[in-house]
Design a protein around this ligand. Structure first.
Ligand SMILES: O=C(O)[C@H](O)[C@@H](O)[C@@H](O)[C@H](O)CO
Ligand SMILES: [Mg+2]
Length: 382
C-alpha cells in the first residue's frame, strides 16, 4: 500500500480535517490544527506531504521520525500539530487495513468505559450553576470552567474574591455531588497563583489546570508544594521532550497532552507511559472535533493512567458546528451517564461524513481567539 494524496479541509467552528488517500482505496482521517492558526498548520501538513506521498502508510514509526527529525528544526505548536494529524490518519489507515480499532493495536482495552467531562460557563465564566444543572440532566457529573476573567500580574483582593465566590457558589449549589476542574487558562501569573490556589483550597476542585503558563513550568513544583489541589497542564506542551522536563521537575499530578498538538497517537502513548512511571495521571486535552476526540479515546482505552477525557459537546467555541455534525456514527459517541464506551469501528472509530466536510469547507471563516486587554490597555492573557 502507498500513500497517494493528502487533502485538508478547514471547517467551522475552528477545526481542520486531513484525509490521507492510499493506492488501495483505504483512507485515513486526522485533525491537525492549532486553534486560530489553521492555515499555518495546513501549510505545514502540505510541506510534510513531500515526505509521505509514495511511502507505505504502515510504517508509522519511521514516517513519524522522518517528519520530526528530517527537517532539522523540531517541536512547537504548529509543526507538532501537523505531525499529530498525520499520525492520527496513519493509525486510522492501519486499523482499517487490519479491520480492528486502533486500541487493539496499542495492546487492547484497559477499561470498559472512559469518564468524560464538559465545559461550562464560557470565556468569562458565568451562569455556571445553570450550565451544570442542564448537563446534570444528561447524567454528567464532571465539569470544567475558567477560573477567572482577565487577571493582572498583581491584581486586587476583589478580583480574587470574585473568582473564589464563583467556586463557593458551585459547592453550595451542588455540594460534592459533582466534581469540577478549574482552568486558570494561563490568565494567572506567578504572583497571583499562590494566593488564588490557597483561597480555592477549601472547595477542593478536582484539579486546577495551567496554574501558570507552560513557559513558567518551573513554578509547578513550588505551587504543588503549597497546595493539596492536584495541578494539571499539557495542552501547550508538544512532545515527550517537553513533558520529560516537567515530570523530572515535578509538581503536576495530571498531564493533559492534546492529541492534535502533541505529535498524535504515537507521541501521546509515549507521554502516557512516561507519566505512569512518575505516578502521574493522564487526561488528554480535547476542545476540538470528533477525529481528535476519537484519537484521544484510542489512547485512553489503552492507557492505565488515563482518568478523564475532555470533549467539546456544548463548549463555548463550537459556534457554527457541533462535535458530531461531521460524522455518520454519532451514536457511537454516546456520553450517557458521563462515560463513553470504546468506539466499535476499525481505525480511529470515526465514519467521517466527507460530503458534509467538503461542503462546510467551502464557506469557512478563519476563527481567531479574542485579543484581551487590561484596563490600562496592556495585553491580557485570554
Ligand atoms: O482546556 C481547554 O479546553 C483549553 O484551555 C481551551 O480553552 C483552549 O485550548 C482553546 O481551545 C484555545 O483556543
Ligand atoms: Mg485548558
Amino acid at each position: 500500500m502507498k500513500i497517494s494524496k493528502l487533502s485538508t479541509y478547514r471547517v467551522p467552528p475552528r477545526w481542520m480535517f486531513l484525509k490521507i488517500d492510499t493506492d488501495e482505496g483505504i483512507c485515513g482521517w486526522g485533525e491537525p490544527v492549532i486553534e486560530g492558526r489553521a492555515r499555518t498548520v495546513e501549510a505545514a501538513v502540505h510541506e510534510l506531504a513531500e515526505l509521505l506521498v509514495g511511502r507505505d502508510p504502515a510504517r508509522i514509526n519511521d514516517l513519524w521520525q522522518a517528519m520530526y527529525r528530517g527537517g532539522f528544526y523540531r517541536g512547537g505548536a504548529v509543526f507538532m500539530s501537523a505531525i499529530a494529524g498525520i499520525d492520527q490518519a496513519l493509525w486510522d489507515i492501519k486499523g482499517k487495513a487490519l479491520g480492528v480499532p486502533v486500541y487493539q493495536l496499542l495492546g487492547g482495552l484497559v477499561r470498559e468505559r472512559m469518564k468524560i467531562y464538559s465545559w461550562v460557563g464560557g470565556d468569562r465564566p458565568a451562569d455556571i450553576v445553570a450550565g451544570i444543572q442542564k448537563l446534570q440532566a444528561l447524567g454528567l457529573n464532571t465539569f470544567k470552567m475558567n477560573g477567572t476573567e482577565e487577571l493582572g500580574m498583581l491584581d486586587s483582593a476583589k478580583a480574587l474574591d470574585a473568582a473564589v465566590e464563583r467556586i463557593a457558589g458551585i459547592r453550595s449549589a451542588f455540594g460534592h455531588d459533582i466534581e469540577f476542574g478549574i482552568d486558570f487558562h494561563g490568565r494567572v501569573a506567578w504572583p497571583m497563583a499562590k494566593p488564588l490556589l490557597r483561597e480555592l483550597e477549601p472547595y477542593r476542585p478536582l484539579f486546577v489546570e495551567e496554574p501558570v503558563l507552560a513557559e513558567q513550568s518551573e513554578y509547578y513544583r513550588r505551587l504543588s508544594d503549597m497546595t493539596s489541589i492536584p495541578l494539571a497542564a499539557g495542552e501547550r506542551m508538544y512532545s515527550r521532550f517537553e513533558f520529560k522536563r516537567v515530570l523530572e521537575h515535578g509538581g503536576l499530578a495530571i498531564l493533559q497532552p492534546d492529541l492534535s498538538h502533541a505529535g498524535g497517537i504515537s507521541e501521546c502513548m509515549r507521554i502516557a507511559s512516561m507519566a505512569e512511571a512518575y505516578d502521574v495521571a493522564l487526561a488528554p486535552h480535547c476542545p476540538l472535533g470528533p477525529v481528535a476526540l476519537a484519537a484521544c479515546l484510542q489512547v485512553d482505552f489503552a492507557s492505565y493512567n488515563a482518568v478523564l477525557q475532555e470533549q467539546s459537546m456544548g463548549i463555548h467555541y463550537n459556534q457554527g458546528a457541533e462535535l458530531l455534525d461531521y460524522v455518520h456514527n454519532g451514536g457511537d459517541f454516546s456520553m450517557d451517564g458521563g462515560y463513553i464506551e470504546p468506539l466499535p469501528l476499525p481505525g480511529l472509530g470515526v465514519n467521517v461524513n466527507e460530503e458534509r466536510v467538503i461542503e462546510a469547507s467551502r464557506a469557512v471563516q478563519d476563527w481567531r481567539n479574542p485579543l484581551w486587554r487590561h484596563a490600562d490597555g496592556s495585553v491580557a492573557e485570554w
